[in-house]
Write a protein of this length. Sequence first.
Length: 156
Amino acid sequence: MKAVIVCTSVSHGNTRRVADRMAEALGARVVSPEQADTAELADTDLVGFGSGIFYGRFHRRLTDFVKTLPGQRGRAFVFATSGLPEVPPAPFTRPLVLLLASKGFEVDGTFSCRAFDTWLPFKVVGGINKQRPNAGDLATARAFAERLRDGRGPVS
Ligand SMILES: Cc1cc2nc3c(=O)[nH]c(=O)nc-3n(C[C@H](O)[C@H](O)[C@H](O)COP(=O)(O)O)c2cc1C
């Protein structure tokens, strides 16, 4: 199975750490949207898309890239790191899941975990979630990727 992970990680490298751990399980390459080859993605079985959450949204470099993709076939997954937890009725991941589905991807899973956050309100206290993603978060990320790799149904 060929897998590629497209990741924007600009703040602390938090999402990149998660992406790298998922990539180990998937034998995937991790690329930025700017490095991603659209033609290659069309020929890839499983594509992961992830970034930190900024003002409630995925990083614009990631979503702008997805918007440029032509119609696709194949499986995808979405992942995020954020300072605050997702609120179930309106998860951070949903808009990107819908965007990918509109491009023709079958979105098989979503993953998010808390991560070091120095966004302005938290900067004054030196940031929150200082040690995250931690070993447990990374192990969970890897297990998520393994379930996707093994085709064990939609995962989140
Ligand atoms: C300007 C800014 C805005 C942010 N907005 C949010 C937010 O709306 N919700 C949230 O949970 N975390 C927010 N965060 C925290 C980031 O999502 C978090 O630190 C993330 O892990 C960054 O990922 P990265 O290091 O891979 O870029 C924000 C951080 C910054 C710097």
